[in-house]
Design a protein around this ligand. Structure first.
Ligand code: C2E
Ligand code: MG
Ligand code: MG
Ligand code: MG
Length: 280
């Protein structure tokens, strides 16, 4: 695919395709220099409380720009970063950047950061987070970590220990993309998640009676276990009305707000034309 699509598209590859290993290696090399070269940045997507209409939190999402300016989606570079271990440095960079860009002032109350199970499994991860909090003067209760149930079936005891250490720092633990993996239900049994984010595919499939029943079942399951419910991928006013009717706690999606750079949150009113101000 990469070869056929020519030079300009050579970087749009599928990391699971063995033929694309060249591009995967290029990307792996790029990830090593990405932070030093300012090729990575964060954008922030608002999370709205349904009852009050208030913007309670934002989710930090990583962006990677190639040297030629092409944007690579996280669905492509995160798996490569996880495979090579670059996710460890990128992950620490993301947490530090969130603290510096949005949490040192009162711009936003809570920022959620996606955290890979690889990070949670790595000894010293919680300690490195504590160091970042100490150095930036941010309290842990301003952070939430989103964990995605991956193909990873087992819940390592290391992960459970790390999660309890993070909770001691005051960091909330959310379950991301619930319903898409195989492990979600067993994770729900093992970890007391503050919030469960229901994957956007459930909302998008609710146009059929079967899909609607599925959405209602999954909401009931999460609610009966006492978790806060956040539904992702809200794109229309009808969906917002439905979420209100279902008593969903919080919503996120393009209809609520698109991911935007930190500068948009650094003044009282969103300023969309302001250039992105890099903090470090
Ligand atoms: P996620 O954590 O589930 O993030 C939500 C994704 O859905 C984002 O894609 C966001 O732009 C997109 N989205 C939000 N609202 C809507 C909507 O209304 N409709 C549709 N169709 N999409 C919507 P993005 O930024 O491309 O990120 C993809 C995934 O990459 C994330 O999924 C997350 O799993 C991963 N990711 C992103 N940043 C990081 C990071 O800093 N660390 C780690 N470990 N993973 C990250
Ligand atoms: Mg997420
Ligand atoms: Mg995710
Ligand atoms: Mg998600």
């Amino acid at each position: 695919l990469a070869k056929a699509s020519g030079r300009n598209c050579a970087r749009l590859f599928d990391p699971t395709d063995p033929q694309s290993s060249d591009e995967s290696e290029n990307l792996a090399a790029l990830l090593k220099i990405a932070i030093a070269q300012n090729l990575v940045s964060l954008v922030y997507q608002p999370i709205q409380d349904v009852a009050s209409g208030r913007f309670e939190a934002v989710e930090a999402l990583m962006r990677l720009k190639m040297l030629d300016g092409t944007l690579v989606p996280p669905s492509l570079f995160i798996p490569v970063a996880e495979r090579t271990g670059a996710i460890l440095e990128l992950g620490r960079w993301a947490i530090r950047t969130v603290c510096n860009e949005l949490l040192v002032d009162d711009h936003v109350r809570v920022v959620s950061v996606n955290v890979s199970p690889i990070q949670l499994k790595t000894p010293g991860f919680a300690a490195s987070v504590a160091t970042i909090l100490g150095e930036t003067g941010v309290t842990g209760n301003r952070l939430a970590f989103e964990i995605t149930e991956g193909l990873e079936m087992e819940m390592h005891s290391d992960i459970l220990r790390c999660i309890s250490d993070l909770k001691l720092l005051g960091i909330k633990i959310w379950l991301d993309d619930f319903g898409t993996g195989f492990a979600g239900l067993s994770w729900l049994r093992l970890i007391d998640f503050d919030t469960v984010k229901i994957d956007r595919s459930f909302l998008h499939d609710c146009g059929t009676p079967k899909g609607m029943a599925m959405l209602q079942d999954i909401i009931a399951l999460v609610r009966n276990r006492g978790h806060q419910i956040l539904v992702e991928g809200v794109e229309t006013d009808e969906q917002i009305a439905l979420m209100r009717e279902f008593g969903i706690d919080r919503i996120q999606g393009f209809r609520v707000g698109r991911p935007v750079p930190a500068a948009n949150y650094q003044t009282k009113k969103p300023v969309h034309k302001r250039p992105y101000l890099r903090s470090a």
